[in-house]
Design a protein. Structure first.
Length: 665
């Protein structure tokens, strides 16, 4: 057995990495051990501040991409050119090495917590006591955040609170997985420590973690685990469920699922209420999306400086002059960025009067043109989806002095610039040339915002209590009022037809069954719209167990109504020739066939067998969790045989311990 590999997989050396720097420079910036030793490190306020900020690894705008606004690609909300293999049973596979089973970040932050707390208790730390407590609190937050990532990816996971000695037997034994509900409780306990120690006015402002951010994460974790146990109850994905692989490895383990659900939902409600009551929502001027440059709600996602937005709890700053920049707006502003909202999402958004588009008296104007689609809709769709003819830049004009406007969506563009569905993203859009020039992006990136706490409370309380209580009612009305939609959510629920919603929304289901509660469904709809393009969609669909139905009912993703009047956008005005080529036309097709649907189907352009999603998104139960790579089983066998069957680790449900194997069900 390779002890070096175990150490890197589990908890490594006795005192861990001195500086937890992200990326490929993990070890390049360490001072020589002769200069920086465990006894001489983490003794000052500055040491603590530098260590924790070096461990920040939150999703943000990076490189040549849509950044956080592209995370929802590959769901029923957004589509990109190449579909994810998560929707193709058998194609997502067990890897030989790597994967989510990693302890590098946990090892680093455990070293920080152990060392700094020891020094703190011994009175060895030098600096402002409030700041010292805050940075130690950040350590607990960061460990909770990392463990929450593991919970989402892997479920059951080893709880390791300290750095471990270089002893093979101890490292192997410490690889044993703890049941996911116990992992979630551990995360909440760390967040309680963070909340107790942190404050809301750290040096660096909201570019550093805050107590409010810890409250938000606690509400997120509580809701996640409470809803996961609710909807996955009675399956192998829940401790104690039939076929749970941890049964043979956790002798004597018992669980009261209903009690655990109640606990986690209560924790979510308590944390969410503390935050929501303290932080108001930003103001929305409710414009129609033509020029939203003065709209605080719109600008909250597209300003360089987000410090003045109370709703923003934690954000990342950018300064191109220092090489801290991104290319988000080079794509978002100038083209489609290889993304687009799906028809399913767009059709699911309510009218401003609170009615679904199909309801009698809704006032829906149809979808012959994108501007028609946006007319009279929930203001969030008007603000955050592009339409041709809307303002593109404030500080540049055409040669004739006319304003620079958004063009018709180029669905045939180069992949990196393509409007994949025709419905272009506008969240994060800036009206200023310099911010959208090449890699000079300087628009700030929200990591945590308070609205999520409102949503978390509404959902957690409804699952727990079966009703919309007074607090939830107030939060829901506040969100809808700010969003520009009739706050009477019961009018929406009464007009909701679940059979129609099922056509456009995976979340109309749980456990393969269509929801029969329109209030619960509309709580899910509210999250879908308010958090559009913010990376929550797959996270929500998995915890709701909202994908089982795809095993027997694959779904073909669609975009805008190409085969209506908008097809003229792709006809040469001089020659009258179209640039659209369908599979029936011969040659290399670039759009789907009108004989199948009036709506563009981005994954029905190429119909060869090599297109694995041509018949729609499908699902495997195994895909609710990630598989553990084979290497980790080989190096964690107590008998040192290297036989995965003898490992103290067990594989996740419906996955094997054979490299390159797909889900088995």
């Amino acid at each position: 057995m390779n002890l070096y590999k175990i150490k890197n997989t589990l908890m490594a050396c006795a005192f861990g990495a001195l500086l937890p720097l992200a990326g490929c420079n993990d070890y390049l910036d360490r001072a020589p051990l002769s200069e920086v030793t465990p006894d001489a490190f983490l003794l000052t306020e500055a040491d603590l501040a530098a260590y924790t900020v070096g461990a920040y690894q939150f999703p943000s705008h990076v490189g040549f991409s849509l950044g956080t606004f592209g995370i929802d690609n590959g769901t029923d909300n957004q589509a990109t050119t190449n579909a994810s293999n998560i929707w193709v049973p058998g194609e997502k596979r067990v890897s030989q090495t790597g994967g989510a089973w990693s302890f590098t970040s946990i090892r680093n932050i455990n070293y920080f917590i152990n060392k700094s707390v020891d020094n703190w208790q011994a009175g060895k730390l030098i600096g402002n006591s409030n700041n010292i407590e805050h940075y130690i609190g950040e350590g607990y937050f960061l460990r909770a955040y990392e463990y929450f990532n593991k919970l989402q990816s892997l479920g059951d996971f080893p709880i390791v609170k300290s750095t471990l000695p270089d002893e093979e037997d101890i490292l192997v034994e410490s690889s044993r997985r703890d049941p996911r509900n116990e992992v979630a409780r551990f995360i909440l306990a760390d967040l309680d420590s963070a909340i107790m120690l942190m404050n809301n006015a750290p040096s660096g402002g909201k570019n550093r973690l805050t107590q409010n951010a810890a409250l938000l994460l606690k509400s997120r974790v509580g809701l996640y685990e409470g809803s996961w146990l609710t909807y996955h109850k009675g399956t192998a994905h829940v401790p104690g469920g039939p076929g749970w692989p941890g049964a043979d490895y956790n002798e004597g383990f018992t669980i009261d699922i209903d009690s655990e659900i109640d606990f986690f939902l209560s924790e979510a409600m308590d944390a969410a209420k503390l935050l929501a009551d303290a932080v108001p929502l930003e103001v929305n001027y409710k414009d129609n999306g033509y020029d939203s440059s003065e709209n605080p709600y719109f600008r909250m996602f597209s300003s360089e400086d987000l410090s003045g937005y109370e709703e923003v709890l934690f954000w990342r700053d950018y300064d191109p002059s220092l090489g801290i920049n991104h290319s988000l707006n080079a794509y978002l502003n100038r083209n489609g960025g290889n993304s687009g909202y799906t028809r399913e999402f767009v059709d699911n958004v309510l009218m401003e009067n609170g009615l679904p588009i199909y309801a009698s008296g809704s006032g829906y104007q149809g979808d012959d043109y994108i501007s028609d689609v946006k007319e009279g809709r929930d203001n969030r769709l008007q603000l955050f989806m592009k339409a041709p003819g809307e303002l593109r830049l404030l500080d540049r004009v055409n040669n004739d002095g006319s304003p620079l406007l958004i063009d018709n969506p180029n669905i045939l563009d180069l992949i990196e610039s393509r409007y994949v569905t025709g419905y272009g993203l506008k969240k994060g859009f800036t009206y200023f040339f310099q911010q959208s020039e090449g890699n000079q992006g300087s628009v700030g990136c929200i990591v945590f915002r308070a609205t999520e706490a409102y949503l978390n409370y509404i959902e957690a309380s409804y699952i727990k209590e079966g009703l919309v209580n007074a607090t939830a009612k107030g939060y829901w009305e506040a969100i809808r009022n700010r969003g520009g939609v009739n706050p009477d959510f019961m009018a929406t629920a009464n007009a909701t037809d679940m059979s129609i919603e099922a056509e456009n929304d995976f979340a109309a289901y749980s456990a393969g069954l269509l929801l029969n509660d329109p209030i619960l469904y509309n709580i899910r709809r509210e999250r879908r719209v308010e958090l559009m393009s913010e990376g929550f969609r797959l996270y929500d669909l998995k915890r709701w167990r909202a994908l089982d139905q795809l095993k027997t009912q694959p779904h073909i993703i669609e975009g805008f109504k190409l085969w209506g009047p908008m097809k003229a956008w792709y006809t040469d005005e001089e020659t009258g020739e179209t640039s659209l080529i369908t599979p029936e036309d011969g040659g290399t097709p670039n759009v789907s066939s009108p004989s199948e649907s009036q709506y563009i189907r981005p994954y029905r352009v190429v119909l060869a067998e090599t297109n694995l999603v041509k018949d729609g998104y499908s699902w495997a139960y195994a895909h609710y969790l990630e598989p553990i790579a084979v290497q980790h089983f080989i190096i964690s066998t107590p008998d040192k045989s290297g036989n995965p069957d003898n490992s103290v680790i067990y594989q996740n449900p419906y996955w094997t311990t054979n490299a390159n194997s797909g889900a088995v069900e």
